[in-house]
Write a protein that binds this ligand. Sequence first.
Ligand SMILES: [Zn+2]
Length: 326
Amino acid sequence: MKPGGGGVVRTRVRTIPVPTPFPVGPVNVHLVAADPVTLFDTGPMTDDAYAAVAAGLAAEGLAVRDLERIVITHGHQDHYGLGARLAAESGAVLFGSRLDRAHFRGGRNTRALLDDLARSGFGLPIRAAVVLGVAAVGRFAEPFPPHTELEGGETLPGDGWSIEVLSTPGHTPGSLVFRLPEAGLLLTGDTVLRDITPNAIVDEDPQRPGERFRSLSRYFETLAKLRDRDRGETALTGHGEPVTDLRAHIDLLEERYRRRAFKIEAALARGPLTARELVTELFPRVKTLNVFLAWSEVTGFLMYLEDLARVEKIEERLLDRYRLVA
Ligand SMILES: [Zn+2]
């Protein structure tokens, strides 16, 4: 590293673990205490999270009012919840992905979610519980005011450092990974985590309104892209520890997803099933609030297997079943 260049910026990067009310545990917020002072992700909208961010800034001799840029990896509440408040208090420029715009506005198409759950085979009590659960999570984020939208491909300049924006759809439609080339770092949000296999979440496709976002198919493309573009950087993740060997870790993630896909195919080998029946088969003890995540995962794999022409959907009058392609 040349003096005054990357080495200095890297020492100005601090990971701030911020508490969340979610089962995933703390979220990592990353601070670059250089010019301009930049925060990556914010934590959820809670007083505890705000205090943790403020303490992380204070450890670098900074305060919330010193923030100049707030850059968000994706539209989940634990990552962007405090963005509106921190931007209002500091005047920082707020950046979010265009394809996660609906998330940042706090909107979810409840009608579509209810219909989708019904066609998946869930009865009314579970459908109602899932919709209430999803709405409850929404309380942990303040909708964004107008902000600067990113698509991927941009470079945001800094003094002696820069941010390259990579579009990495999968975990959400608009997920972004940020490369800090001068610091030798990649900020991966929830797209790459070390100890957790990132969830596919059922979502509407922002580019095809009314259709489901094909989360896992897009995610496999993203993993291939990250492998191709790997420059040996350390990946600072959205939860937990960094990943130091990204290529080996991507191999591991792909292997885990492949094994899960085999499980679904093995279940379907005994005959056509609804998504609900697959949830019961794969997650027999899942509790109500986690039904959404379990169903999201099963649905992500079913769409992926459809895209590979290994599974096909049978549309009946009131529900969808899936069967293996002979
Ligand atoms: Zn997330």
